[in-house]
Design a protein around this ligand. Structure first.
Ligand code: ATP
Length: 353
C-alpha cells in the first residue's frame, strides 16, 4: 500500500514548463486518472512518479519516504506502457512468470500459483500457452497488465495502455482491469486522454491543462460540476454549450433562456453561461418556451440525435432521444433548465448563483 504525495513537483525542459509546480496527493489504494489533452504534461508527471525522470523542482514522497531522484527500481512500482515490452519467444504464462523472477519472497510453487491467479483475474487462462506473437494487441496488453499485477507492487502506473487497442478488445481490457481492482488494492495512476476510459475506471479524475492539475474529483462530480469552462468543454462529447450575455442594465439575457438573469456581481465582463447538450429539452414548435431552428443533425452511437440549433443569435448543441422527429430546417422549441446551467467568469466557475 502506498500514498503518493507531490510537493511542488515541476518539470521544465529548457523554456518549456511541461509540469507546473504541483502539490497533490494520490491516496493509498485509489485509482486516479490523469486526463487531459495532448501535451498537457500527463506523461511527464507520471514518468517523474515512476522514477524515469527527475523533477526540476519539488519532492515526491511515497508513504512519507522521499523518493525524489531515486531510480524506478527503488520505488516498488510496476508500469504498463502504450507499447508493452515482452519476450516474443516465450508463452503468455512464461512472460508473466518472468516478471516474478526477482521476487525472493516466492518459492517456485508460489510463483506458479501467483501466475495462475493473475491469468485468471485477467481472463487469460485459455491463452496461457500461446506465444506472444500469436496474440492481438489487446490481448498482449492484458498480458502486460498481468505482469504488472503479478509483481504485487504497491503502485501500478499505466501510460495510455489502450491507445493502440481496437474498441472491442479495449472493452475486454477494461473489464479485466475492473476485475483485478475488485480483488487487489494497489495505488493506481492511469494516464489517458480518453474521457470515457477515465470515467469508467477512475475513483478520481485529475484534469490537466498546460502542465497543471486544474481539478480533481470523482468522475460524475467532475462532469456535473466542472470548476472551469475548460472542464465543461473537455468532458462530454460534445462538451458544454457556452452562451455570451447581452447586458441590459443590471440584468443580462442569454439567447436560449426566456427570462433575463440578474448579473452575478452586476458585471457582464468575461461572463459565460454553460449548459450540457443532454440537458437541453427539445420539443415541437410552441411546446417549450424558446423557439429555435434545427441547422444540422448527426446520429450518435446509440441512435440519439445531436442537433445543432439556432436560438436567437446563439448556436447550441442538444442531444435528443433516439429517432426524435426533428430534421434540419425544422422550427422547434427548446428549454434550457437553469438548474443545469452554470456561470463562468473568465473561464472559472462562479459559485452559487
Ligand atoms: P500526450 O497525450 O500527447 O502524450 P502529455 O499530456 O502526456 O501528451 P507530455 O508528453 O508530458 O504531455 O508533454 C508535456 C510537454 O512537455 C509538451 O509540450 C512536450 O512537448 C514537452 N516535453 C515532454 N517531454 C519532453 C522532452 N523530453 N524534451 C522536451 N520537451 C518535452
Amino acid at each position: 500500500m502506498s500514498e503518493i504525495v507531490l510537493r511542488g513537483v515541476g518539470r521544465a525542459f529548457g523554456a518549456t514548463q511541461a509540469v507546473q509546480p504541483t502539490d497533490f496527493t494520490f491516496p493509498d489504494g485509489s485509482v486516479t486518472c490523469l486526463l487531459g489533452p495532448s501535451g498537457c504534461g500527463k506523461t511527464t508527471l507520471m514518468r517523474m512518479i515512476a522514477g524515469l525522470d527527475t523533477p526540476t523542482g519539488g519532492r515526491i514522497l511515497f508513504d512519507g519516504r522521499d523518493v525524489t531522484g531515486k531510480p524506478a527500481r527503488d520505488r516498488d512500482v510496476a508500469m504498463v506502457f502504450q507499447y508493452p515490452v515482452m519476450y516474443r519467444t516465450l508463452s503468455v504464462a512464461e512472460n508473466v512468470e518472468l516478471a516474478l523472477r526477482d521476487d525472493r519472497r516466492l518459492s517456485a510453487a508460489g510463483r506458479r500459483a501467483r501466475v495462475d491467479e493473475v491469468l485468471e483475474v485477467m481472463q487469460l487462462q485459455d491463452r496461457r500457452a500461446a506465444g506472444i506473437d500469436a496474440l492481438d494487441v489487446g490481448t498482449r496488453q492484458r498480458v502486460a497488465v498481468a505482469r504488472a499485477v503479478a509483481r504485487d507492487c504497491a503502485v501500478i502506473l499505466f501510460d495510455e495502455p489502450t491507445t493502440n487497442v481496437e474498441v472491442h478488445a479495449k472493452t475486454q481490457l477494461i473489464r479485466a482491469f475492473k476485475q483485478f481492482r475488485a480483488r487487489l488494492r494497489q495505488t493506481i495512476i492511469y494516464v489517458t486522454h480518453d474521457q470515457t476510459e477515465a470515467m469508467t475506471l477512475a475513483d478520481r479524475i485529475a484534469l490537466m491543462r498546460d502542465g497543471a492539475i486544474t481539478q480533481c474529483d470523482a468522475p460524475h462530480a467532475l462532469y456535473d460540476r466542472p470548476e472551469s469552462a475548460f472542464g465543461g468543454w473537455f468532458l462530454g462529447n460534445p462538451g458544454m454549450n457556452f452562451l455570451e450575455p447581452r447586458p441590459q442594465g443590471g440584468v443580462a439575457r442569454f439567447d436560449g433562456f426566456p427570462s433575463p438573469f440578474r448579473l452575478p456581481d452586476g458585471d457582464p465582463e468575461g461572463l459565460q453561461l454553460g449548459i450540457r447538450p443532454e440537458r437541453i429539452l427539445v420539443g415541437p414548435a410552441g411546446a417549450l418556451p424558446v423557439p429555435a431552428q434545427v441547422l444540422r443533425r448527426a446520429i450518435t452511437v446509440g441512435g440519439q440525435y445531436l442537433l445543432l440549433l439556432r436560438a436567437g443569435s446563439a448556436t447550441l448543441r442538444a442531444r435528443t432521444p433516439p429517432r426524435a422527429p426533428f430534421a434540419p430546417g425544422d422550427t422547434v422549441s427548446i428549454e434550457c433548465p437553469i438548474s443545469h446551467a452554470a456561470f463562468f467568469r473568465h473561464g472559472q466557475r462562479l459559485v452559487a448563483q
